[in-house]
Design a protein around this ligand. Structure first.
Ligand SMILES: Nc1nc2c(ncn2[C@@H]2O[C@H](COP(=O)(O)OP(=O)(O)OP(=O)(O)O)[C@@H](O)[C@H]2O)c(=O)[nH]1
Ligand SMILES: [Mg+2]
Length: 443
């Protein structure tokens, strides 16, 4: 028999209100025993929560009941709004633990049950986790759109078309009266080509959805002592990285998350780039270069008084680079001639005086918004989605290259399966637990 699961739905720790959620066949009876009354479904009910054995009053709060199947999980669900103290929660959890067939929910288990009962598809379950994790407005919008089921519906529509095409093809293969009619073969190929174009168009999104979910990565690079860590602290508005007049202060990559105009950015400060004999500094420089290669955007910070430091850094400056000339408080005038010849338009600032920092933030925001917010909102938000859509395109390419209809139908089936994996229609059984732990809230 299905067990009834329960868990704290709100963050642990002291709080004005804490919500305990129950789901399963025993939820209604537990609520009745705790409050002496089963409220009508979907109505908030002011309740005294008591230990049914001792009769002791544990708390005074709100009880909610959702009868199956009209609930979050599709099962009977009860929600207890309690005072968020350790003592109240310990007492209520002790009462629930005593009940036959009751146990604490595993991470992601409520969402997993919702999925198994057809309340959510996998993309919507992922969206619930993303919405809980959302830190910026753009992330919230993306998660909300996915939660509305837009991506899942697109995948299902593509999958239905593929299955229909495959069925038409196989019907003819099974009953080959005069061989496969040419127009059927041509029609199936036309449909597959159209589908391939639609799926491929969603993949050609510059990974905007994934970057919005994970944060745009911006690496701060440059020679030692140019003021990289000082700039990082100024942008983060707090002392994240150690700064000093000693060249070679920063060794590790230091990350900080920022909200730039609603878009998430992960800023990384790195070790100053130079030839070093110190093994630890050398490792820091290796990590800085690796970060430079993987970053979506690079801020190359230069000291306005040190033209000689530029030459070895030229190879770092490309279309993904903003050149920042720092310490302009130490020079007579800007622009600085040598910096103007670097190819990328330089921004001038002084972290010490604060001059130019607002303009740098504005430029950074504009670049990030340009790269993430410009075109239509992407559907793909995770590597898992991308891999599945790529597998679909690959199968359709095999189909296009196939000469024998008998074998080609198999490629259409593979393409449909790949799409079914996105929503969880197929192939989820063996990885269900791992998957939901991954989506799990607050991990
Ligand atoms: N005059 C002046 N000094 C600055 C400015 N920005 C940073 N500094 C100073 O430059 C020195 C180096 O700053 P850091 O931020 O540690 O430089 P870094 O680029 O992180 O250096 P490494 O970690 O060694 O690669 C410190 O003494 C800062 O106070 C500036 O705009 N003007
Ligand atoms: Mg530093």
């Amino acid at each position: 028999m299905t067990e009834t699961i329960y868990a704290l739905a709100t963050a642990p720790g002291r709080a004005g209100v804490a919500v305990v959620r129950l789901s399963g066949p025993g939820a209604a009876a537990a609520l009745r025993d705790l409050t002496g009354h089963l409220p009508p479904p979907r109505r908030a009910h002011h309740a005294q929560f008591r230990d049914p054995e001792s009769g002791e009053r544990l708390d005074d709060g709100i009880a909610l009941y959702f009868a199956a199947p009209a609930s979050m999980t599709g099962e009977d669900v009860a929600e207890l709004q309690l005072h968020g103290s350790r003592a109240v929660l310990t007492a209520v959890f002790a009462v629930l633990a005593r009940r036959e067939g009751f146990r604490l929910a595993e991470p992601g288990e409520f969402t997993k049950r919702a999925f198994l009962n057809g309340k959510l598809d996998l993309t919507e379950a992922e969206a619930v986790a993303d919405l809980v994790e959302a830190e910026t407005a753009a992330q919230r919008r993306q998660a909300m759109r996915q939660l509305q089921g837009e991506f899942g519906r697109r995948c299902e529509e593509w999958r239905r078309r593929l299955i229909a095409a495959q069925a038409r093809l196989e019907a003819e293969i099974d009953f080959p009266e005069e061989g496969l009619p040419a127009e059927l073969w041509v029609g199936a190929r036309r449909e597959a080509a159209a589908l391939r174009a639609e799926v491929a168009a969603e993949l050609a999104d510059d990974r905007r959805g994934e970057r919005l979910r994970e944060g745009v990565s911006v690496a701060i690079l440059g020679p030692p002592n140019a003021g990289k860590s000082s700039l990082m602290n100024a942008l983060a508005r707090r002392d994240v990285a150690i700064t000093s007049h000693i060249a070679g202060t920063t060794r590790d990559v230091i990350e900080v998350a920022l909200d730039l105009g609603g878009y998430p950015v992960v800023l990384a400060d790195t070790a100053g780039l130079r030839d070093s004999a110190d093994a630890i500094e050398e490792e820091g420089i290796r990590r800085a270069r690796a970060r430079a290669a993987s970053a979506d955007l690079k801020l190359v910070v230069l000291d306005a008084t040190k033209e000689e430091e530029v030459a070895p850094l030229r190879d770092l400056i490309d279309a993904r680079t903003i050149v920042v000339v720092n310490k302009i408080d130490l020079v007579q005038e800007t622009p600085v001639t040598w910096a103007e010849s670097l190819g990328a338009r330089a921004l001038y600032c002084s972290v010490t005086s604060g001059h130019g920092i607002a303009a740098l933030i504005a430029r950074l925001s504009a670049v990030v918004e340009d790269s993430l917010g410009a075109a239509a909102a992407p559907l793909v938000t995770r590597a898992r989605h991308r891999e599945a859509l790529e597998a679909c395109v690959a199968a359709l390419d095999r189909f296009a290259a196939a000469e024998l209809p008998e074998l080609a139908a198999e490629d259409l089936r593979a393409a449909a399966r790949a799409l079914g994996r996105v929503t969880g229609r197929v192939d989820v059984e063996d990885m269900l637990d791992a998957l939901f732990r991954e989506f799990c809230i607050g991990k």
